[in-house]
Ligand binder design. Structure first.
Ligand code: HH2
Length: 296
């Protein structure tokens, strides 16, 4: 097959892309952005204990950025179903030295994956630019004001209850409608705490208070969530809904994760939280190039 001539214009998005305001700057959302996961936990479901030393964590973050991560998301508490809660002091001990070192070392913004105001505050002081709250500001009333004071970007994820009891709460009459209206409650909490609309990203919370079938259905229903007007993030990475579909172990769910990200991109998601950065960046690069040709 012949190469396309060099004069072919690069694909452009159909409408002006939004920008996400985060501490110290903004991220353009014209093209999909990948957030690389850095779990500094002993017990995360797919990579627990792998980045327990600061050196191992930094090496892995470097690698994810080389592979195209636009954000590194650092977490110090596993939220897998039934995970033991971690006290704030322990979470700070795990997360903050890594965040500080990454901020000094990497050219991309650092996000802190926490439900706790004390952890968010310490990470923001160490230079994190984004707070990723899996509870959608339902867990700690101090988290919204802490993010607002720092001018941080804020990811509000949908879940019900806590990781300990969320499985029982996966009952919906109108899945996408209820997820959307519950995310709107989270947005109202954020706005009341002083977070500007341009700093907010929404995430349907795949696997959180959702059965495998519900996670699959939500991936197909993203256009209904997108109608809320906020940029969307998804986190399908290695999750058990892929395990149920594919019958493979977490580390063998890379192709499934990339496929889920492409489907989510087609449904309007612009941010993708994943463990395996390179394959997802490649898959999204292809999806985005094709989308650019459709808009002309
Ligand atoms: N999923 C996990 C954790 N944080 N944040 C957002 N915004 N969206 C997600 O889907 C999401 C998230 C769970 O995945 P992981 O961090 O790999 O596992 P664990 O919670 O066991 O550390």
């Amino acid at each position: 097959m012949r190469e396309a001539p060099a004069t072919v214009p690069l694909p452009v998005p159909a409408r002006p892309a939004p920008v996400w305001e985060i501490a110290g700057g903004s991220l353009p959302l014209a093209a999909p952005l990948v957030a690389g996961i850095l779990n500094v936990t002993p017990d995360s479901f797919s990579d627990g204990g792998e980045y327990a030393t600061i050196e191992a964590a930094l090496r892995h973050a470097d690698e994810m950025v080389r592979e195209g991560a636009a954000i590194v998301d650092v977490g110090g508490e596993s939220t897998r179903p039934g995970a033991a809660p971690v006290p704030a002091v322990e979470e700070i001990r795990r997360v903050v030295p890594v965040v500080g070192a990454l901020v000094r070392r990497l050219p991309v913004p650092i996000s802190v994956d926490t439900r706790k105001a004390a952890v968010a505050r310490a990470a923001l002081e160490a230079g994190a630019a984004i707070v990723n709250d899996v509870s959608g500001l339902a867990f700690d009333p101090g988290l919204g004001p802490a993010a607002a004071a720092a001018g941080a970007g804020l990811i509000l994820m949908h879940m019900r209850g806590t990781p300990a009891d969320m499985r029982r709460r996966a009952r919906y009459a109108d899945l996408a409608g209820e997820v959307r209206s519950e995310l709107e409650v989270a947005v109202a909490r954020a706005r009341a705490a002083g977070i500007p609309a341009g700093s907010i990203v929404l995430d349907p919370g795949l696997g959180f208070a959702k059965t495998a079938a519900q996670s699959v259905a939500l991936l197909g229903a993203l256009p209904r969530l997108r109608a809320s007007g906020f940029p969307l993030m998804v986190g399908p990475s290695r999750k058990s809904f892929l395990g149920e579909l594919l019958g493979v172990a977490p580390k063998d769910r890379v192709v499934g994760t990339a496929a889920a990200c492409v489907v989510a991109y087609r449904g309007g998601a612009r941010l993708f939280r994943v463990h395996d950065v390179r394959p997802v960046v490649e898959a999204l690069t292809v999806a985005h190039a094709v989308a650019g040709t459709e808009s002309r």
